[in-house]
Write a protein that binds this ligand. Structure first.
Ligand code: PLP
Length: 405
């Protein structure tokens, strides 16, 4: 019997959730680059889906992982022993957050952060009504999935959570729906999977006021928008509001799995009593993930990587001007390019990958191409990225012209 290729093993034995996975096999990643088994180099234009904001395998993060793994890994379920990687990271995070966000519950993933936050909002308010938004993505577990406004992704998994009410993002109609029965309003500070949609500041502030008026909690999901992506450490800083609960994930772990929901100590205390152990996780806040995340945040802060984001965003807007682009949206170093159809976008994505640039589309916008490079990319890197994007767009335009004369 011949040797089975890794590709075949991947297709046979690793669960597939897409009929057409990218299926590249990488052997190394460093900075903004990935290398495949043929030693072909790619620029990571999506930061592993907004995880690698400081680039891949930063030496400080690798060192922190190695040191922590050598000291100890798993000891006991979450919240029993004092584990210094958790306490140090919680301190660093809360030092860079408003005073009311001073208590961190670490989870394994973003979806679990969403789950924990929904439970906290119900426990604090003793209410069940939750307001969420169309084109929101807060995770794939059943509670988080219930928040998604898109029927296509939800229908096969019903029944989901009851009493969840959906509104259009940026639609003032939501303001009348926030009332004394509302446990929480949950939204992404900048909505990711609709192709990077920023909120109107007035709308977000009005939601904050309505939540205050009715003692409902405001949950902001910055699992993609956080850690400098939009030009400030946290996206909510740009809108003059503070959430009651903040959701973090992705870049939080510096490349290791980690999520968190963050609230005030007094809100969080409600998970301690009646019932005791109101939220439990075995691996949440894993010491190696916390050590990695803290090292990554220190790199981000020391380099003030968010400060050059706006300048790089401007460069992207200036350079990306192909006639096949229907529209562009951005919020910092995070952009979507809309093409004529999902098929056209897919062709551009494939051409980019062929040309050494890893990109993808957005969950609810298959005709939008995703741009979210590591924040460490330089001006020259951005120019390189734009050159590859533009030549890929031109190659696809010519192919489409040839096949549809
Ligand atoms: N929230 C947002 C905005 C996300 O983009 C994601 C993941 O893509 C999640 C929540 C869920 O995070 P995870 O995949 O770690 O469960």
């Amino acid at each position: 019997m011949g040797v089975i290729s890794n590709r075949q093993l991947f297709l046979n034995h690793v669960a597939q959730t897409s009929p057409a996975p990218i299926g590249l096999e990488m052997v190394k990643a460093a900075g903004i680059y990935l290398w495949d088994i043929q030693d072909k180099r790619y620029i990571d234009l999506i930061s592993g889906f907004s995880v690698c904001n400081i680039g891949h395998s930063h030496p400080d993060v690798v060192r922190a992982v190695q040191q922590q793994a050598a000291a100890y890994m798993h000891l006991i379920v979450y919240g029993e022993f004092i584990e210094s990687p958790q306490t140090a990271y919680a301190k660093l995070l809360t030092d860079h957050l408003p005073e009311t966000l001073n208590c961190v519950y670490f989870t394994n993933s973003g979806a679990e952060a969403t789950e924990g936050a929904m439970k906290l909002a119900k426990r604090v308010t003793n209410r069940s009504k939750i307001i969420a938004f169309h084109h929101a993505y807060h995770g794939s577990t059943q509670g988080a999935l219930s928040l998604m406004g898109d029927e296509y992704f939800k229908n096969a998994f019903r029944p989901l959570l009851p009493d969840i009410h959906h509104f259009q993002y940026n639609d003032p109609a939501v303001l009348d729906a926030i009332d004394a029965t509302t446990a929480c309003v949950i939204l992404e500070t900048v909505q990711a999977e609709s192709g990077v949609t920023a909120p109107d500041a007035g709308w977000l502030q009005a939601i904050r006021q309505a939540c205050d008026k009715h003692c409902s909690l405001l949950i902001l999901d910055e699992i993609q928008a956080g850690f400098g992506r939009t030009g400030t450490l946290w996206a909510f800083e740009q809108y003059g509001i503070v959430p009651d609960i903040l959701l973090l994930g992705k870049a939080l772990g510096g490349g290791m799995p980690l999520g968190a929901f963050i609230a005030s100590h007094s809100l969080m205390q409600t998970l301690t009593y009646d019932p005791v152990l109101g939220h439990i996780t075995t691996f949440g806040g894993h010491p190696v993930s916390c050590a990695a995340g803290k090292a990554a945040l220190e790199v981000l802060l020391a380099g003030k990587l968010y400060e050059s984001v706006r300048e790089k965003e401007k460069l992207l807007w200036e350079q990306l001007n192909h006639p096949s682009i229907v529209s562009k949206k951005s919020a910092g170093l995070w952009m979507s390019l809309c093409f004529a159809s999902p098929e056209y976008n897919q062709a551009v994505v494939h051409q980019c990958i062929e040309n050494g640039l890893i990109t993808d589309w957005f969950l609810f916008k298959p005709d939008h191409l995703r741009i979210a490079p590591p924040l460490i990319c330089t001006r020259e890197d951005i120019l390189d990225i734009c050159r590859i994007l533009m030549s890929s767009m031109e190659e696809v335009a010519q192919k489409f012209q040839a096949s549809h004369p």
